[in-house]
Write a protein that binds this ligand. Structure first.
Ligand SMILES: [Zn+2]
Length: 426
């Protein structure tokens, strides 16, 4: 795989592409002569029916924060990719290809708004995937199929900020056709941040809108508690002037879990805190819990809790492609990352601070497979403030003084975490 050398990438338009648009072909010719030489050479070897690359399948799975694309080929394809903006697009360049994609698999889903494919008159072919968000190409490779003939292209795309996308674009413009791309993905994954940038916290008020979350016997709704708490936490953090603070929601509105993750990524958050207040059958259980993500739950109760929280999208009637193996792989990848150790570090410090001011449950740091904690490079925790099923907890949750006490402890934990990160040069 080599990088492409499209210098005027944002001038390229794909509208109506696939129907031999002359402007488009002209732009490609003038902007990417080197690419065409290579591709023509491939085509010139003989474009007889047998030798044309066969693209036999296209699959994608994911949500508003990430998507995995898999294309199947009869043999190893020579592939290049590049980014375009307005809209944000991933372009995959191939030698002349006979596409046998199932059109149903190209239907928009998650962050993908459009998939097009077709042949250029020069004997090259393209697949263009449009997204509704800036993104990063986290992983892009062609691998040989293990259990069947042929090769597959696997691309993992994650939502990112405009700044990160622009950085990747300028990186691409600076890349020549002679450079190998093997390091390119690494560079895209680490956009440089200006020194003046404040430590950024995204506070997520759990549930909202049609999804009320848990409900106490007196009718107190979890979504109301979490919103009040998130607004107060933001105000308190803003007052320090040390942080940039964003809320996933500041009113009673429904948000999908992946949209919450995406908001954290779009703000390049240094920390994501999702606030909740659940109910539990055992009314005697009370106190706060801090959760981090894991593919294996710490205990049965944490596993059940993750299942309840992950139901949020289904409550709103949204189909979740959770069973997809690709998504399961992504979760395992995520847990191996450095981000996860930062999440663990913050969780420990949060438990330490909160223990000084409010009641916590036994073993207050627990973990399970929460979908809302899956931003790949944002340390994330889910804070269960207490149980709406416990009368004493409910009184506390509704008391602004109790909330202020808890918030003071959270701010202390964030102060320590931000200082440690700054000290580590991050
Ligand atoms: Zn909840």
């Amino acid at each position: 795989m080599q990088p492409c050398s499209f210098p005027a990438s944002d001038n390229v338009t794909t509208r109506g592409w696939g129907l031999a648009v002359p402007d488009f072909a002209q732009t490609v010719k003038s902007a990417c002569f080197l690419l065409l030489v290579v591709l023509c050479a491939v085509a010139a070897r003989g474009a007889s029916a047998q030798e044309i690359l066969q693209a036999d399948g296209y699959k994608m799975a994911g949500d508003a924060s990430r998507v995995r694309i898999i294309m199947q080929f009869d043999r190893e394809p020579e592939v290049r990719w590049l980014l375009l903006r307005n809209p944000h697009r991933l372009v995959v360049d191939l030698p002349e290809t006979a596409f046998r994609f199932d059109e149903a698999e190209l239907e928009p889903r998650g962050m993908v708004t459009d998939v097009r494919h077709g042949n250029l008159e020069s004997g090259a072919s393209r697949v263009i995937v449009s997204m509704d968000t800036p993104f990063e190409v986290e992983h892009f490779e062609v691998v040989q199929n293990e259990s069947s003939p042929g090769y597959r292209l696997v691309a993992d795309i994650v939502a990112s900020s405009e700044k990160a996308f622009e950085a990747a674009l300028s990186d691409q413009i600076g890349t020549t056709g002679a450079t190998q791309t093997t390091r390119k993905v690494d560079r895209l994954a680490t956009p440089t941040k200006p020194e003046t940038r404040k430590f950024t916290v995204v506070v997520d008020a759990g549930h909202g809108g049609i999804d009320s979350g848990a409900e106490s016997s007196k009718g107190t709704l979890e979504k109301t508690i979490t919103l009040a708490f998130a607004l107060e936490l933001k105000k308190r953090l803003d007052d320090t002037s040390r942080y940039d603070v964003y809320l996933t929601r500041d009113r009673d509105v429904f948000l999908r879990l992946d949209e919450r993750v995406r908001i954290a990524r779009q703000h390049e958050a240094d920390l994501f805190i999702s606030v909740h207040a659940d109910t539990i059958r055992l009314k005697g259980i009370s106190g706060a819990t801090v959760y981090t993500v894991s593919d294996k739950a710490s205990d049965a109760e944490a596993a059940a809790k993750a299942i309840r929280e992950n139901l949020s999208d289904e409550i709103a009637g949204i189909e979740v492609e959770e069973q997809n193996q690709g998504v399961a792989d992504i979760l395992v990848d995520l847990i191996r990352r450095e981000t996860h150790s930062f999440s663990m570090r913050f969780a420990r410090s949060l438990v330490g601070e909160l223990s000084n001011s409010i009641e916590m449950i036994n073993n207050p740091h627990r973990f399970a497979g929460f979908r809302v904690l899956r931003a790949p490079d944002v340390p994330s925790v889910l804070l269960e403030l207490g149980y709406l099923s416990n009368e004493a907890d409910e009184v506390k949750l509704r008391d602004p003084k109790w909330r202020a006490k808890a918030i003071d402890s959270i701010v202390s934990a964030i102060d320590m975490f931000a200082a440690a990160k700054a000290g580590a040069g991050g």
